[in-house]
Structures are given as structure tokens and as C-alpha cells.
Write a protein that binds this ligand. Sequence first.
Ligand SMILES: [Zn+2]
Length: 330
Amino acid sequence: MRPRVTHDIDRYELITEIAASHFQRKKVFVGSNGPCRYCGARGRKKFATKAHLIPEALGNNGIFCRDECDSCNQLFAKYDDAIAKVLRCFHTLGSIKGKRGIPRTEGEGVLIERRDSGETPNLTTHVDGYDHKDLLAFDPARKLFRMRTPLPNVRFRPRHAYKALAKIGIGLLPANELNHFSRLINWLLDPNDNEKFHVLEVSMRHSVVANPPRIVQCTLLRRVAPNDNCPYMLALITVGAIHFQIDLMTDRMDEHLKFCTMGEVNINWSIKLSGEPDSNQITIEYADRHLLNWAPNSLEDSPFSSFDTYFDARRNIAWMKFNAREAGPK
Ligand SMILES: [Zn+2]
């Protein structure tokens, strides 16, 4: 399995990367044995739990941290819950097992669940209280069929979801980089922080197919030119059908930055999977970028209100597209 970066990589260098998939059953560990890279705790007794680098609820059962202590692990579970809520529908669609098996997506008259039998995938969707004319559309000229599936609003705490992503990035940092991120680490350790952020930007993409191979992957990219107008360190995190990009806040390395968003950095992402060197490669493209602001520290609406499945009968292909939830009165 080899991830490939297709844009803007000339401004960044890859400093570390780790991946696991359900193909390889071996476990991968990052970090050295203590002290805790987040809170500094020492002593073997404080490291009794095997800490997941990427939350187990997101389908990671292959990548673990050696230097995340039990109390940090317990604290971060709060953040993991927030991001698991955002990703629940993607996990239903992609058959991704979390802590309690493949989650169902349920609420507001919608029930989406997997009833796979053996290797045969089976996705069942029930939708009540909607007019089918709003959900089904056919364009005869283009032979294009669209089926819309509404998604229940699962409210979540965006700031906690953001912290879950930042925690993964910190977990993967080489030890000699940690001293640039002490403020970010202290912020992670406070679940009730009062920091004022207008924007904590998350770039989120999904694969065009609902059920890509079950990959969990994290890459860190570091700015090449010290004074370039782009963030110092980017964390790119892939879990099954979803790919996230955030910049890791540094203590001082980004003080020169003029206004710069993840949208301007624009790193396209795809993952190539192959077995033997001359076997066919499968490319998973992560497209359809959504730029989200996960600064709010209150319960907010989930980012997507529905998804569309398109069938193009002329070209015999299908793809999916997620629709952002309109911001409205609470
Ligand atoms: Zn700790």
C-alpha cells in the first residue's frame, strides 16, 4: 500500500507516515516507551492500556502508541467520541467496525444498516416521511439516475472532533519536533478550554466509492522553505472512505504566516493499493473536498444532510456525493 500525493508536495516534505489495513494483520507501534508525549507521565504502571494512534471507533485496530499514558488515553476518548459521531454514516456505508461492530445510522425516519452475509455486502436503507419524488431523479437525456439518502442530524462537539485529529498528528511527530508544539499539547490536555478560535479548519474529503478497503493511515508533511506562506506541519489522516487534512498549530513556526487556509494548500490525495509488483493497482481517489470549521466548543449539527448515489447508465459507473447541511436557525 503506497499513498501518493499529487499537488503542492513541492512545498512540503514527507517526514513520517504510517498505515495499516485489514489486509495486513500485523500491529504497528509508534513512539518510544514513555514518558507520555502529551503529559510527561512516567512509570510502566501508567501505561497499562494499549493506546490507539487513530481511534478504535474509526476502525483502527492496527496502529498503536507506546508513549500515550492511560490518563491521556482516557481523556482523548472524549474527543474520539465526537469524531466517531461525524463519521458514523461513513462507517455504516463502508462496513467499518468500531468498538461495537459496524454502527447503524438511525434517526429522523432514516435507518441505514449493513446486513452483510459472509463476503456478500448488503446495505439496507429505510426512509420514512419523505416524498419519493424528492429522493429519486432520472435525467433521460444523460441516462443519469440519482438516489438521495437523507442523513439524521447527529449533533457533535466540533472542537473535540478537531482535538481528536490533532492528537493523532502529535502522536506521530518525531521526538525532535515535539518542542515546537507545546501549546497545542497543553490545549489538548484541557477538555474544557476557553481558548478563542474563530476558525479551526478541517479539510475533509471522501472517496467516490462508499466501501473502499479498510485503511487507516496518517502522514505528516513539513514545510520545505522556512518562510513560505503555508503552515509548518500538516497532518493527513485517512480512515476508510474519509480523508482529513489539518495544520498542526505550532508555538512559533507559523508567526510569519499571512492569512492562509487549508483550501489554499490543496493537497489532493489518493491511495494506491497493490499486492505483487506486477499485479493490478487499485487507486482510491479522495475527492469532493469540504472545508469545515471545527472551532465551536458547543453541540453543533452534523456536517452532512444527505448523500446522493449516481448511476450513469451510459458509462456504466456509479459514484457518491455528500451534501453539506445548510446552516439554519437552531
Ligand atoms: Zn499522558
